[in-house]
Design a protein around this ligand. Structure first.
Ligand code: NIG
Ligand code: FE
Length: 411
C-alpha cells in the first residue's frame, strides 16, 4: 500500500532523523515546508518535499491537500484513560464550593474511582477505555501513554494493565503502559502507609514485572498522598524491575520531588503547577523532560505550569492531556495546545513542538514518532482548509481536523 498527499499548504514539523527533542529557544522554531507533498509506503514516511519535486511518484491512493495543513499526530504522554464510570457528582460538588482536596479528604476522589473500577469487569473496563481511545485518535492523537493507578490492589492493578495491553494489541497507535502503583492510600491501609508501600514494593511491582505489563513506574508524590521517602522506595523497586520513572510531582506543593525524579533519571516529571528555582536547576542538570497538563489546571482552577519560565530556562517542555475522571475528563490535545498558548503564553510553534516531538520524547518513542521524517511512522493529521497553522490554537474549541492517518491508513 502507498499513499501520496499532494499540494499541502503547510507541512509542519519537518525534521532530520537525529532530532528527538527540542529545548529552550529552539522550541520557537517549527520547521515548515510550503506547497509540499508526503509519500508513504505501508506504515512509513518514505519521502517528502516541495511539490516542484513531486514527479513520477506512483501511489495506490492520492489525497489532494490543497489549502490544508499536515502535521504529525499528537503524542499524548500522560493519560489515565482506563477508568470506570465518571465523577460527575464531584464536579458538581466543586462547583458548589468544595475543593479537590476536600473531596479526597472525605474519601472521594481517587478512592471513589478505585471502588468503581474494582467492581467493573475486565471486559466492561476494556469497552469503556476503547471508546475513549477511539475518540482521542479521531481528535488527532497517534501515540499515547496510559497509566494504571485506579486499582489500588494487586488484582485490580493487574486488571487495568491487562486492559492497556489489550488496547495495545487491538489499536494501531503506539501505547506505552505505566504502573502508577502509589496513586492514593487505599482505605484498607488508612493507618498503615508503610504496609501499603511494602505491598507495592514487595508484591505489586514484581507481579507486574513478571507479566511484563509496564514500561514506566509512576507515583503521586504530593502532600496527603506519598512523600519523598515513599516515592524513593517505589522508584527504586520499579527500577530494579526494569521500569523507568515517570512521576506526578508538584501538582499542589513543591517539596523536592523534581530533584528526586532527576536523581533516579526519570524520563519525565509531570504536572509542575508549583515550580521553584531549585526545581528548575535540577532539571537543567538532567535528561528529564517537564510535562505540563493545562487541561487539568483549567478543570480544577489551579495555577498553570509555568511553561514560559521552563522554556526560557533553556529546558524542553512537553504537553499532555492527563485524561482522567477526576481532574481532567478530556483527552483533546487540540484543546491542550490552544490552552498552552492562551494561558501559559507559549507561542503556537512552542506548543506544537511540545505536543508532538517532545511528547514523543516523554514516552521514549521520539525515534519513530513526533515529526515528519523519512523512516518515521506515517501518523499524520490533515486539517480542513485553514488560513495558516496559527488557526489550530487560535480557533480554540473548533475541530480543525479533517483526516487522521495512522500507520499510513485513514483512521
Ligand atoms: O494526574 N494527580 C493525580 N492523579 C490524577 C488525577 C486523579 C484523580 O483525581 O482521579 C492527575 O491529575
Ligand atoms: Fe495524571
Amino acid at each position: 500500500m502507498s499513499l501520496l498527499i499532494t499540494n499541502i499548504k503547510e507541512l509542519l514539523q519537518v525534521r532530520e532523523t537525529n532530532v528527538t527533542i527540542v529545548k529552550g529557544k529552539d522550541m520557537k522554531i517549527l520547521p515548515t515546508l510550503k506547497n509540499a507533498y508526503v509519500f508513504i509506503e505501508h506504515d512509513t514516511i518514505v519521502e517528502y518535499g516541495s511539490m516542484e519535486d513531486c514527479n513520477n511518484i506512483e501511489a495506490d491512493e492520492v489525497i489532494d491537500a490543497t489549502g490544508k495543513i499536515v502535521l504529525p499526530t499528537w503524542c499524548d504522554s500522560h493519560t489515565h484513560i482506563v477508568y470506570a464510570g465518571d465523577r460527575t457528582q464531584e464536579f458538581v460538588d466543586r462547583i458548589n464550593g468544595l475543593s479537590y482536596e476536600d473531596i479526597a479528604n472525605r474519601g472521594g476522589g481517587i478512592l471513589n474511582s478505585a471502588e468503581t473500577l474494582q467492581n467493573t469487569s475486565e471486559d466492561d473496563l476494556y469497552n469503556q477505555a476503547s471508546k475513549r481511545l477511539t475518540e482521542v485518535i479521531k481528535l488527532g492523537t497517534g501515540a499515547i501513554e496510559v497509566k494504571s493507578g485506579y486499582g489500588l490492589t494487586i488484582e485490580a492493578e493487574l486488571k487495568m494493565l491487562r486492559v492497556i495491553k489489550r488496547l495495545k494489541h487491538n489499536f494501531p497507535i503506539s501505547i506505552k503502559p505505566t504502573l502508577l502503583a502509589a496513586h492514593a492510600l487505599p482505605k484498607a491501609f488508612k493507618d498503615d502507609k508503610k504496609g501499603f508501600i511494602d505491598l507495592v514494593v514487595n508484591e505489586m511491582i514484581p507481579a507486574v514485572a513478571k507479566d511484563n505489563l509496564a514500561d514506566y513506574i509512576d507515583v503521586f508524590c504530593e502532600k496527603g498522598y506519598f512523600n519523598l521517602e515513599d516515592t524513593e522506595r517505589v522508584l527504586k523497586a520499579g527500577i530494579e524491575h526494569g521500569m523507568t520513572p515517570k512521576i506526578h510531582v508538584n501538582q499542589f506543593n513543591a517539596f523536592g520531588g523534581v530533584a528526586l525524579g532527576v536523581k533516579y533519571n526519570a524520563l519525565s516529571v509531570d504536572h509542575l503547577e508549583e515550580l521553584n528555582s531549585v526545581d528548575i536547576t535540577a532539571l537543567q542538570q538532567s535528561n528529564t523532560i517537564a510535562v505540563a497538563l493545562p487541561s487539568c489546571s483549567y478543570f480544577l482552577s489551579i495555577p498553570y505550569t509555568p511553561g514560559r519560565a521552563i522554556i526560557d530556562a533553556g529546558l524542553p517542555l512537553a504537553l499532555a492531556t492527563d485524561y482522567n475522571p477526576g481532574s481532567t475528563p478530556s483527552g483533546n490535545m487540540n484543546f491542550v495546545v490552544s490552552t498552552a498558548c492562551i494561558k501559559m503564553k507559549l507561542t503556537p510553534e512552542e506548543a506544537i513542538n511540545a505536543a508532538t516531538i517532545n511528547g514523543a520524547y516523554a514516552m521514549g518513542i521520539s525515534n519513530l514518532y513526533g515529526s515528519i521524517c523519512r523512516g518515521k511512522k506515517a501518523n499524520l493529521i490533515i486539517t480542513k482548509k485553514l488560513p495558516s497553522y496559527y488557526h489550530l490554537p487560535y480557533a480554540f474549541g473548533d475541530n480543525a481536523i479533517e483526516t487522521v492517518i495512522i500507520n499510513g491508513e485513514k483512521f
